[in-house]
Design a protein around this ligand. Structure first.
Ligand code: BES
Ligand code: MN
Ligand code: MN
Length: 462
């Protein structure tokens, strides 16, 4: 055992119980009823950064949830790594689909996590992954092995679009100056197949409201004679994909990069079993854009999905009614070069243009962000690759993810630095879903791998 492994072994029970305390706080950013818990989580992160050896830690107020900022500067001539993470979590509902309470963490073994996994909202996304960095810092400072400067910026609004963090970043260029940004808020292929995320998709999220008659109507007296907003909305939505499951919005694909055969073949080498994929989701077939594989459909191709749709009568029994309004929440996952503002405009113009007479359409953009790709030949990627190789015994596979962390593109634009996405979660960890969990193996491997990234990044920067 090397000294990191020894340290982890000695302290792992404490690491886990500290993380469990943090997971007990329901810091849900989407619901203002949890504002006090947001503050509580921010304070807990502050305390843990202080305990881990940061010299200064502050809670930076914003118009929304506070940002916890900490740093340890050992020598201005050494490189600086900026660690980003988030302490806010998704809402836990539907609660009845959880096997245990989302804010009373428990440890259970699963097929993919034979050493046990912590079940709680935020276990993987992102408290568990963010906390790995704090424990890695603790190891480095308490054993005198911190090789470079480190800054931490842990926000509380990632799950709602990071709009106040964007302002904070724009206003604090010099404070946040760094040589590389390090984030653990993504996943890897499998516990025996490490991978490093080299891309994130962009996002445009809109809400649509369709209005027909000025009031709800008797569906017998008026049905068939006026446009029914729910009928119309579903028709409009289904027209957004063609028979090949391509998106029909004019101009939508104009800036989408077509990867070369060589790159696609390279991608296809990553281990993937379609049979296991289907079995894990209990489906007998996959679905998507003609001409692309499942892994391509969920990473290098843009998509459009309805996230929620409502209107009319949904209570018990039957009510004969034509609703005045119908609504849907629609997200578009974008690939690099597609500009989210432009796509939001294209969507808006198109959606309005396909509405029949007698219907008005209102579109409210929620939030969005640009996609991101990072090269594998940078010092940062090479340092991460070497760190994983050492702790997993295998060279990690570069892989583009389908998820979004919109702030990453803004970091590059504002701070001019690259982000390395060292994620340790698994797709099956059920982030945003009931029974979210994070493997103990993954948590501890992360703590072990991060100090090696610090070491190699500092070495390679010389
Ligand atoms: N950590 C996720 C993003 C993620 C997860 C990326 C797994 C890659 C792999 C993040 O917290 C998240 O949920 N992002 C949102 C977007 C945000 C603007 C609400 C998403 O991807 O839906
Ligand atoms: Mn996250
Ligand atoms: Mn999330």
């Amino acid at each position: 055992m090397n000294n990191i492994q020894l340290y982890i072994n000695q302290h792992k029970d404490r690491f886990l119980s500290e993380l469990i305390e943090l997971l007990k706080i329901p810091s849900i950013s989407a619901d203002s009823a949890y504002n006090n818990d947001i503050l509580k989580a921010a304070k807990a992160v502050k305390t843990s950064l202080q305990n881990a050896g940061c010299d200064t830690v502050e809670i930076c107020e914003t118009k929304g949830n506070p940002i916890v900022y900490g740093e340890k500067i050992i020598d201005k001539n050494l490189p600086t790594i900026l660690v980003y993470g988030h302490y806010d979590v998704q809402p836990a509902d539907p609660l009845d689909l959880w096997d245990s309470s989302p804010f009373e963490p428990i440890i259970k073994k699963t097929k993919l996590h034979p050493d046990g996994a912590i079940f709680a909202r935020g276990a993987c996304d992102d408290k568990g992954q963010m906390y790995m960095h704090i424990k890695a810092l603790e190891f480095m400072t308490s054993t005198n092995q911190l090789p470079c400067n480190v800054k931490f910026m842990i926000e509380g609004e990632e799950e709602v679009g990071s709009s106040n963090l964007s302002i904070f970043v724009k206003e604090n260029h010099s404070k946040l100056q760094n040589d590389v940004i390090l984030i653990s808020d993504t996943g890897m292929i499998a516990n025996d197949t490490p991978s490093i995320t080299t891309g994130l998709r962009g996002l445009s999220y809109v809400e649509v409201e369709i209005t027909g008659p000025n009031r709800d109507l008797h569906s017998g007296l008026y049905g068939g004679a006026v446009a029914n907003p729910i009928n119309i909305l579903t028709k409009m939505i289904s027209s957004l994909h063609d028979e090949n499951n391509r998106i029909t919005i004019p101009g939508f694909y104009d800036k989408v990069e077509n990867l070369s055969e060589k790159k696609r073949n390279e991608m296809a080498k990553a281990p993937f079993s379609l049979e296991e994929y289907k079995a894990a989701l209990d489906i007998d077939a996959v679905y998507g854009e003609t001409g692309y594989t499942t892994n391509e459909r969920n990473s290098i191709r843009p998509t459009l999905d309805v996230n929620g749709i409502w209107g009319g009568y949904t209570g018990e029994g039957a009510k004969t009614v034509i609703a005045s309004k119908a609504y849907a929440k629609i997200s578009m996952r974008l690939v690099p070069n597609q500009d989210w503002i432009e796509i939001t405009e294209l969507f808006t113009a198109h959606f309005k243009s396909i509405a029949p007479k007698g219907i008005t359409v209102k579109i409210t953009p929620h939030h969005g962000g640009q996609g991101y790709v990072t090269p594998t030949n940078s010092i940062g990627y090479q340092a991460a690759s070497k760190a994983y190789e050492e702790t997993f015994g295998k060279v990690p596979i570069p892989q583009r993810s389908g998820g979004s962390i919109p702030i990453v593109a803004l970091f590059e634009e504002e701070l001019k630095s690259k982000t390395i996405l060292m994620g340790f979660g698994l797709d099956s960890d059920a982030i945003h879903s009931p029974n979210e969990h994070f493997g103990i193996f993954n948590f501890l491997k992360g703590i072990e791998t991060i100090p090696l990234f610090f070491k190699y990044f500092t070495e390679f920067s010389k």
